[in-house]
Design a protein around this ligand. Structure first.
Ligand SMILES: C[S@@+](CC[C@H](N)C(=O)[O-])C[C@H]1O[C@@H](n2cnc3c(N)ncnc32)[C@H](O)[C@@H]1O
Length: 255
């Protein structure tokens, strides 16, 4: 990724930071978790495992893994998001290390993980999926697992027109996009505060590209699930659950 794109994307995310604090500390204290049941079902017991969350924002999932007994490292470009995450980890007394890094240029010391995890609008900031999976394969321990829990690329390109009607608003094979042609695909907070007036570039990775990059990095695909979610296609009516909204991929390092 050119450093110019990284700088722009960081500026974009910094502007969102004050409006996107994630879950409050009380949420975690009251037993809440940002990790889904589907994720836990494929991961099993995370106690004692080393987790790396990429593009973590405020790291609510890393905090949730730590609450379950894992040791977590959380990486993001945007310092203000990391500061919020650090404050939450300190208030909760959880072992999460927040590190400011471009996930495409990870420090060699950020290595030796049992789980590498990315979710909900993280993979769309990866500019080169093949390089990204190669980096992850290097950082996983033998037997370690990559978990991608993401918006489905079909959801990324489909816009609700009215009941039972979708239109195609982006290119499934197009990869890079400057801004969002459909504002409902932008970070949800922008629907409340508007779009920051700075350029930003994100990417749509179709399922074939993701799976092939994972396999070519030497990882073994263990599962690929697609899920419907009514709220993701609000206004579509009954058929809103006929199209995939999210996916969950796991792949293991046998090397
Ligand atoms: C939608 S959030 C991440 C999802 C997270 N699970 C959540 O729900 O908050 C996207 C994050 O990606 C980060 N990001 C974008 N490009 C990045 C890069 N090259 N390296 C690391 N983080 C990046 C942004 O700073 C932002 O915090």
């Amino acid at each position: 990724m050119s450093s110019e794109v990284v700088r722009q994307n960081r500026d974009y995310w910094e502007q969102l930071a004050p409006h996107r604090p994630g879950e409050p500390v009380e949420f975690f204290r009251d037993g809440g978790s940002a990790v889904t049941q589907a994720e836990l079902a494929v991961l099993g017991d995370v106690r004692g495992r080393r987790v790396l969350q990429l593009a973590c924002s405020v790291g609510d999932e890393a905090l949730s893994f730590a609450k379950l007994g894992a040791t977590a490292t959380a990486v993001d470009l945007a310092p203000s998001h990391l500061a919020t995450g650090r404050a939450k980890a300190a208030a909760l007394g959880l072992p999460v290390e927040f590190i400011e890094q471009d996930m495409m240029n990870l420090d060699p010391n950020i290595s030796g993980f049992d789980i590498v995890y990315i979710s909900w609008g993280g993979i769309c900031w990866v500019p080169d999926i093949r390089r990204w999976t190669a980096i992850i394969a290097e950082r996983l321990n033998r037997g370690g697992v990559l978990v991608i829990s993401e918006h489905h690329p079909l959801w990324e390109i489909l816009t609700v027109r009215d009941e039972n009607s979708l239109s195609v608003s982006s290119d499934y094979f197009g990869i890079g996009r400057d801004g969002y042609s459909d504002p409902s695909k932008a970070p949800q907070v922008t629907q409340r505060i508007g779009t920051p007036k700075v350029p930003h570039r994100s990417y749509i990775w179709n399922l074939g590209a993701v799976v092939t990059a994972v396999i070519d990095a030497g990882l073994t695909v263990r599962s690929l699930q697609e899920f419907p979610e009514q709220d993701s296609y609000e206004g579509l009516g009954e058929t809103s659950t006929y199209v995939p909204a999210t996916y969950l991929l796991t792949a293991r390092s046998d090397g």
